[in-house]
Design a protein around this ligand. Structure first.
Ligand code: HPA
Length: 276
């Protein structure tokens, strides 16, 4: 639950980061599954381990590296999270979303988030890319619950216009030009860490989701709370609908499937930040 001191802890982290890098990033990137390779393409990079940043949680999942990278991507100043925090790892919602608050106060214009997901839309295949156009929150916890500091945002944030359909249209056009199978879709966020039962996949399909995943919704809620524009792209790692298409899926399968699409997604994101 947000502590009454959240605002001050954000400023501590921001002040520390400004003492380490004088770059003014235009974009923040959460390099989730699918974009982690972009970390190696950042030039003029200053890397800061999460453990060195005041009040930052530390990442535990083996496929995620835990550092904030200031630098340039395709010549554009950015700050990237190499490694993100998931609720299923045991972090509080405040911890999961703390870096988003910090990036907002570093002055970014937009937050770009990537994730891996399961598809519950029969037309969306494993390996496809989906630009998220809305979400359904099934996480049963909320980073905005508890004390609200009006300096960060309102008590009751409106969720209309959270996702920018025009940017998604541009991204879809660019994906088509680059020959990348891409869609727009609705992401349903779950706590995890288990994948879903067939009955659950069927239910999520029926209530209008295209994708299911275990991240992103908390970060989006906090971004919207602070009026920080976002862009979310998901890489489908497994197809879960119709039910006869479901296969047993391990974390290695997810990483391998996403790895096949990653280079193309990374090229696409670089093109987009240059355009924006
Ligand atoms: N369910 C939830 N999260 C996921 C899945 C899934 O099937 N695939 C990748 N992340």
């Amino acid at each position: 639950m947000p502590s009454p001191h959240l605002y001050d802890t954000i400023q501590d982290a921001v002040n520390y980061l400004k003492s380490q890098s004088d770059l003014s990033p235009r974009f923040g990137l959460i390099l989730g599954t699918g974009l982690s390779g972009l970390a190696d393409e950042i030039t003029e990079a200053t890397e800061i381990a999460y453990g060195d940043i005041p009040h930052f949680p530390v990442s535990t999942v083996q496929s995620h590296r835990g550092k904030l990278i200031f630098g340039k991507l395709a010549g554009i100043p950015i700050v990237a999270m190499a490694g993100r925090f998931h609720y299923y790892e045991g972090y509080s919602m405040e911890q999961v979303t703390f870096p988003v608050r910090v990036m907002k106060f570093l002055g970014i214009e937009r937050l770009i988030i990537s994730n891996a997901s399961g598809s519950v839309n029969p037309a969306i295949e494993a390996g496809d890319i989906v630009f998220v156009r809305d979400h359904i929150n099934f996480m049963a916890d909320n980073p905005l619950r508890g004390h609200n500091d009006e300096r960060l945002g309102p008590r009751f944030p409106d969720m209309l216009g959270t996702y920018d359909r025009q940017l998604n249209t541009q991204a879809l056009q660019m994906a088509r030009k680059m020959g990348i199978p891409a869609h727009e879709g609705i992401y349903l966020g779950l706590q995890g860490p288990n994948l879903e039962t067939p009955a659950e996949y069927q239910f999520f399909h029926r209530i209008g989701a295209d994708l299911v995943g275990m991240s992103t919704v908390p970060e989006v809620l906090v971004a919207k709370h602070m009026e920080l524009p976002i862009f979310v792209v998901s890489v489908v790692s497994n197809k879960c609908y119709p039910l006869e298409d479901i296969k047993e899926t391990s974390v290695e399968d997810v990483i391998a499937k996403v790895g096949e699409t990653s280079p193309r997604l990374q090229a696409l994101v670089k093109e987009l930040i240059v355009k924006w």
